[in-house]
Design a protein around this ligand. Sequence first.
Ligand code: NAD
Length: 496
Amino acid sequence: MAILEEPIRQVKTLKNFIGGEWVQSKGKIVDVVNPATCQTIAKVPVSTKGEINAAVEAAQEIFPDWRRTTPVARARCLFRLKELLEEHFEELSRIQTQEHGKTIDESRGETRRGIENVEVACGIPTLMMGYNSEDIASGIDEYVVRQPLGVFGIIGPFNFPFMIPLWSAPYAVATGNCVIIKPSSEVPLSQTRLAELADEAGFPPGVWNVVHGGRTVVNGMLDHPGIQGITFVGSTPTAKLIYRGCGETGKRVIAQGGAKNFMAIMPDCNVERTIPALMTSFFGNTGQRCLSGANLLIVGEDDKFYNTFMDAVTAASKGVIIGYGLDESVQIGPVRDKEKKEKIIGYIESGIQQGAKLRLDGRKNIKIVGDYPGTCFLGPTIFENVAPDMKIGSEEIFGPVMSVMRAKNLDEAINMCNDNPFGNGHSIFTSSGKAAREFQYQVTSGNVGINIGIVAPMAFFPFSGTKDSFFGILHTQGQEAVRFFTESKVVIQRWF
Ligand code: NAD
């Protein structure tokens, strides 16, 4: 099948978007490389402390005006943004495939979920309503209003370059705050395009800012007293660092970290429908999802079921088509870069060394369509006889690797899920309502799937998480994001 046209055809040095202006950074410049073609598609700055400070100042300057803009008028900017995102839907999706490597269908799904968050935030006039109580004492009423706080930093990971900042930004600006988005510098293009569209949508200069870079920008956000809070999505070590930093400087924080998700298979599951769900869960987005399946947990001591099920899983995994995501026949794209590929290979080697049985080796026999010089491709890998304390059974691999374990019964399966330090999204596949209920009741992850492999909450639900997958109180998306980005103020009024 033909390759879809690439929207990025010229290598440009990206600028920061500060106070409504596109500003060249004075920082070092690094390449952004398409992991399928190995071509440099852009250059991105590692911005300086002075540049993040300038963005905070620009945001602080506009904040008093923006918070006085009525919620209805603020929502109108979001409605215009939503229209522009629809108009540029395919372009935005292809940019994600070019910068990240995921398939075009995965990118389209990501664009859709990003837009859905803008749609939900359009309801801000009702979402941020307060409440009141008449006659708390004779002739005295009391009410609560929700007010914005000021400037927020939004820090994104590499794996969902377009969508994840949209778990926060629409709610932040809808409630009357200003934002500074720091995309992952590995994938900075879709956020740059999004900022252009936000500008076109009519947000006043300084409300929506983008500063590219790495630690200096993040530390600049943590240090700056003008930043009221940070939403962060990324790995657990960085999430812990952000959580601690915000605690020390008195900022609000949502820090969503890494994952190690279990998919529990009961012998009464619908095998025909479970296998495709597992393929998407373990190998979709090349395993680079915080909701990817990581450990496949077959429950029960029925060896016949185990063998039949594993034969079906292996056959389906062998058939996965790998290649450049702009080829619509491709089912999984490359890993984001060579360093990540080497890290995943390191995990595969550790699995072999620690005694797991390699059933399918994604380093070999991979079915790549097309002829690409890229070396970031990896096929599905399956390990059996994995113990929960092996590295491949306990650590986040973030690649297309399935670690298969067995549990004697449902109780043991639930304990294995809960003994894991992460708590993002565990799933059960079963036709038993009782087993499903028991699993969802007892499992200590923030998201639970019942006959669903990727439990990605809709925009009007919180993107939950627990334990080492989440630090904070409120979550991104929907009503919880509205609460995070606002402070409640209590007013008591005596009527003379
Ligand atoms: P990462 O932690 O390496 O980077 C995330 C962001 O933090 C980037 O913008 C990066 O520039 C910045 N950063 C990295 N190291 C830093 C440091 N030492 N100091 C300051 N800033 C730093 O994460 P990643 O590799 O980009 O993303 C993948 C991770 O994100 C995985 O662990 C995945 O599970 C997780 N993730 C979690 C969720 C969730 O909702 N829980 C969603 C998506 C991804």
